[in-house]
Design a protein around this ligand. Structure first.
Ligand code: NAP
Length: 275
């Protein structure tokens, strides 16, 4: 297998974005590893996967819009990535490329830091790629999952596909029926005044918003005012990156330094875009 000095890891997406670079670089430095991480803005996912093989890139994150597009070009798929239908991580072991989905692991770890999911009624707002990964992971962890989505046909189709409940549009969410609420819509991302729900929440709820810029989204602020416990989307992002570090280095990920790098970078980005 081709090799590089330093060992090269990276991410592919349509437009390069700095968060992954900061988080991974902080982790490799803390672990004392001669690794470097580069974010590539690419146009052709097939050629990008070919480049992993040609250059001997050790691990590659995959972001939108390529999470499904890379799948046919890999040697193997982790069963969870196959079930979710999306790969956000490519692990290159001696030239053999395996696709993983660490988004669902990140979401489940973030939720399990706050509660045991087994047997809990969990509502997910959204039916896109992130909602799909979270619904899969929460169901695997034993939660009773119900999806709500603006486009009801899309929501119903996803719920049927995963074998979870469909609750209707976002307006149909009733707080008293659930212990946990996860916002997996894109509402609130880089939109500090946007809350996907137009209702007051109940204090018994644990609320996670996977939107992570700003870190305290409007939904999380409103949930805190209502007396709810909350989990920021940065926690999911962090834990999915930890799983990548574990795959690429076979070491335990240094969570605290990665979190600091993530929050510092969001702060910097927030200052530059005004969120
Ligand atoms: N924290 C993390 O680690 C993490 C990881 C992955 C993604 N994310 C974030 O999660 C969000 C969703 O990502 P995705 O990949 O699932 O996106 P996606 O596939 O494009 O899905 C977007 C979802 O948001 C809903 N939506 C969009 N605009 C809406 C509006 N105005 N009102 C109500 N619903 C609306 C869509 O509903 P329709 O079906 O009706 O269009 C759909 O359910 C993004 O903000 C992304 O940055 C965070």
């Amino acid at each position: 297998m081709p090799k590089s000095i330093p060992t090269l890891c990276g991410s592919i997406m349509a437009e390069p974005f700095s968060l992954g670079v900061r988080i991974h670089t902080a982790a490799y430095r803390e672990l004392g590893l001669d690794y470097t991480f580069v974010c590539f803005g690419v146009e052709n996912p097939e050629l990008a996967v070919q480049a992993i093989r040609t250059l001997g890139i050790r691990g590659m994150s995959v972001s939108m819009p390529y999470k499904s597009a890379v799948m046919p070009f890999l040697d193997e798929l982790d069963p969870a990535a196959r079930a979710i239908g999306a790969v956000n991580t490519i692990d290159n072991r001696n030239g053999r490329l395996t696709g993983y989905n660490t988004d669902f692991i990140g979401a489940v770890r973030a939720l399990q830091e706050a509660t045991d999911l087994n047997g809990q009624a969990l509502a997910i707002l959204g039916a896109g790629g992130a909602a799909r990964a979270i619904a899969y992971g929460a169901q695997q962890a034993g939660a009773q999952v119900t999806l709500f989505n603006r486009s009801t046909e899309r929501g119903r189709a996803l719920a049927m596909d995963l074998g979870v409940n469909f609750g209707g549009s976002l307006r149909d969410f009733v707080a008293t029926n659930f212990a946990i609420l996860v916002n997996a819509t894109s509402v609130g991302f880089r939109a500090p005044d946007a809350n996907p729900l137009g209702q007051t929440l109940e204090p018994h709820l644990l609320v996670m918003d996977i939107a992570f810029i700003p870190v305290r989204t409007k939904l999380l602020q409103d949930a805190e005012k209502a007396g709810c416990r909350t989990i920021a989307g940065t926690r999911m992002l962090l834990h999915q990156a930890c799983k990548q570090i574990e795959l690429y280095t076979e070491r335990q990920a240094p969570l605290a330094v990665m979190e600091k790098a993530l929050l510092d970078e969001i702060n910097r980005l927030g200052r530059s875009v005004g969120t």
